[in-house]
Write a protein that binds this ligand. Structure first.
Ligand code: ZN
Length: 204
C-alpha cells in the first residue's frame, strides 16, 4: 500500500495539501463523520473541507450524544449550534434565527458527513441533533461530483454543500463576505480530475 499524507489522507503522490489555502469564514464548522467515511471512503471530501476552513474540526463517531467533544461544543456558551440537514422546519441562512438568538456567540454549523442512509441513522441515533435548529439551502444545487454515484443528483458532497452554505451565509451577512471560498471548489475540481485520470489510466 502506498504511503499516505497524514493530513489529507491522500497517497503522498497526490497529496492535496499544497493546493489547500485555508480561509477563516467567521463561522465554526464541525464535521460529524461516520467511521466508514473516515477510514474506508477514498473519495470522501470531509477532510478536505476541514483542511480548507480555519475554524473547523472533525469528530468521528456513529452517533454523538455519548461523544465528549460533541457534548462539549454543544454545551459551550461560546457557540450557537445549528445543523445543515433537510427537514420541513429547516431554515435558509436568510431566515435563520441566529442573528436574534445567537447574540454574542459564534455560529457553529454541524455537517453530517456520511452516505445518505448512514447520515439518517446518525441523526436518528443522536436525539440532541434532532432538536438543533436546521439550516437548508435557498436554491437546489446539482452535484459536480463524477467520482462516485450519488443516490440522487441533489446529494452534494460535503465540500460542495459547505461551499454553497457559506455562500448563502455570506449573502445573509452571517459569514465574512470578504473571504473567498472558491478554494473549496478548486480543491474539489482537482480531486475530480485526479480520480478521472486514475480511472482512464486503469482502462487503457
Ligand atoms: Zn496532504
Amino acid at each position: 500500500m502506498s504511503q499516505k499524507c497524514y493530513k489529507c489522507y491522500r497517497p503522498l503522490s497526490t497529496c492535496f495539501c499544497p493546493h489547500i489555502h485555508p480561509v477563516d469564514t467567521g463561522v465554526k464548522f464541525v464535521i460529524l463523520m461516520h467511521p466508514w467515511e473516515a477510514y474506508k471512503q477514498k473519495t470522501g471530501t470531509g477532510r478536505l473541507t476541514s483542511l480548507s476552513l480555519i475554524d473547523s474540526e472533525i469528530i468521528i463517531d456513529q452517533h454523538f450524544d455519548g461523544n465528549n467533544r460533541y457534548k462539549e461544543l454543544l454545551d459551550s456558551d461560546d457557540y450557537y449550534p445549528m445543523v445543515l440537514y433537510p427537514g420541513s422546519e429547516a431554515m435558509t441562512a436568510a431566515e435563520c434565527d441566529f442573528p436574534v438568538r445567537g447574540k454574542g456567540k459564534k455560529l457553529l454549523v454541524f455537517l453530517v458527513d456520511a452516505t445518505w442512509i448512514m447520515a439518517r441513522k446518525m441523526v436518528y441515533k443522536t436525539p440532541s441533533l434532532q432538536t438543533l435548529p436546521r439550516l437548508s439551502f435557498t436554491a437546489s444545487y446539482t452535484s459536480q461530483f463524477h467520482i462516485k454515484r450519488q443516490p440522487a443528483e441533489y446529494c452534494l458532497s460535503t465540500i460542495e454543500s459547505t461551499y454553497y452554505l457559506i455562500k448563502e451565509l455570506q449573502d445573509a451577512g452571517l459569514s465574512d463576505s470578504s473571504v473567498s471560498v472558491q478554494g473549496l471548489m478548486d480543491v474539489f475540481a482537482l480531486m475530480n480530475k485526479i480520480q478521472m485520470d486514475h480511472k482512464k489510466n486503469r482502462n487503457i
